[in-house]
Design a protein around this ligand. Structure first.
Ligand code: ZN
Ligand code: ZN
Length: 367
């Protein structure tokens, strides 16, 4: 992909490496590589590493993948065959990037343990860390193209949610409703990632799988769907009721909505992620439902559907303009119903911009 901002990202990465004393950064095929290069080689059990130092970068590459990768990258290859194994090629690659005596190596968090140990065994004097202060920190802040892609993906999720709501009626199963959203995503060229439809008491399980339960009048229903479109995910949760919602529902919905708004008010550049979580959690606790909010307030979203920053009660991550994350407080009342309202936001200088254009009000179907 010629338009991928590899050069700019590589320069920013090297500046971070310098600032953090990271002499070598090692990536394996996965999301970090996608962010940096716009592609990754076939991931399998054969060690494949991209080694980056201040001065150079090189691949440790399984020989059988080398030909296919030549057209995508002009960084030098150190290929190894199944017959020879990777040790000599790795030593050559480390020498080529000037990292044979590296004392601080940063590892891709998603690297296989056997790749990581192969590398660390080849660098007996090195201390290791992960990429959070370098590549991880850069990846959390999205550029305009990434935000545009997330916006497109969110618009498709809105449309899939509306299609699902239009099909909701008494007697249809959770699974059949989930299929409506899945089909909408697939018809638009997206790959569905998850399709939670939890009716009545099932909604009290935050990750309930859509099953054969039929919708009944009086059910409150949690719908949480997402799909990957053009490499970027969506994630949205809305609530509907079949006819009159259950006893006590309106009050709990109002508490969840107030929690969303409190988190939105708290989310500003310079604020810690834990303070956003505390804002949502405080509203729910003050209303007496604290023990029923059983998960974090949100998660980052970008190349991956769940990625940093984590909006948790313990996260000291300082939020920055351009970060994208979910705000999704929930209240789960066992045996009765669950409620979750989820927005994906882009943090702007003056606060969060919500990507969805759907209201968070309870939708009542077939009243
Ligand atoms: Zn979700
Ligand atoms: Zn989410």
């Amino acid at each position: 992909m010629t338009s991928h901002p590899t050069d700019r990202r590589m320069a920013a990465l090297r500046a971070r490496m310098k600032a953090t004393g990271t002499e070598l950064l090692a990536l394996s095929p996965g999301p970090h590589m996608d962010w940096l290069l716009g592609f990754h080689p076939h991931p399998d059990e054969r060690p494949c590493l991209l080694l980056i130092t201040d001065a150079a970068a090189a691949w440790l590459m399984p020989a059988l993948n080398a030909e296919g990768m030549r057209e995508k990258t002009d960084l030098p290859f150190h290929p190894w065959s199944d017959a020879d194994g990777p040790d000599a090629a790795l030593a050559a690659a480390l020498g080529a990037v000037g990292a044979a005596d590296a004392r601080h190596v940063a590892l891709d968090e998603a690297m296989r343990a056997d790749f990581a140990l192969l590398l660390l065994d080849a660098l007996p004097g090195a201390r290791h860390s992960f990429t959070a202060p370098t590549l991880g920190a850069l990846r959390m802040v999205k550029d305009d193209a990434e935000i545009a892609a997330l916006r497109d993906s969110a618009a498709l999720a809105d449309a899939a949610m509306q299609a699902l709501l239009a099909a909701a009626r008494p007697g249809i199963s959770e699974a059949a409703l989930a299929e409506v959203a899945r089909s909408h995503f697939i018809d638009a060229g997206a790959a569905p990632s998850f399709w939670i439809v939890g009716a009545g008491g099932n909604g009290a399980f935050p990750h309930h799988q859509a099953g054969q339960r039929l919708l009944e009048r009086g059910d409150a229903v949690v719908v949480d769907i997402g799909a990957v479109k053009d490499g970027f995910p969506s994630d949205i949760t809305r609530m509907f009721a079949v006819g009159t919602p259950p006893e006590g529902y309106a009050e709990v919905h109002a508490v969840a909505e107030a929690a969303v708004q409190a988190a939105m008010q708290a989310a500003r550049p310079g604020v810690r992620a834990r303070d956003v979580d505390a804002a949502a959690r405080g509203v729910i606790a003050d209303a007496g439902y604290g023990q029923y909010f059983v998960h974090r307030t949100g998660h980052g979203i970008g190349i991956e559907g769940h990625e940093p920053p984590w909006i948790t009660s313990t996260s000291d991550t300082v939020l920055e303009e351009g970060m994208t994350f979910s705000i999704e407080p929930g209240i789960y009342l066992p045996g009765r119903f669950g409620i979750r309202l989820e927005e994906i936001v882009v943090l702007r200088a003056d606060g969060p911009e919500v990507l969805s254009s759907l209201p968070r009000d309870l939708v009542v179907v077939d009243g």
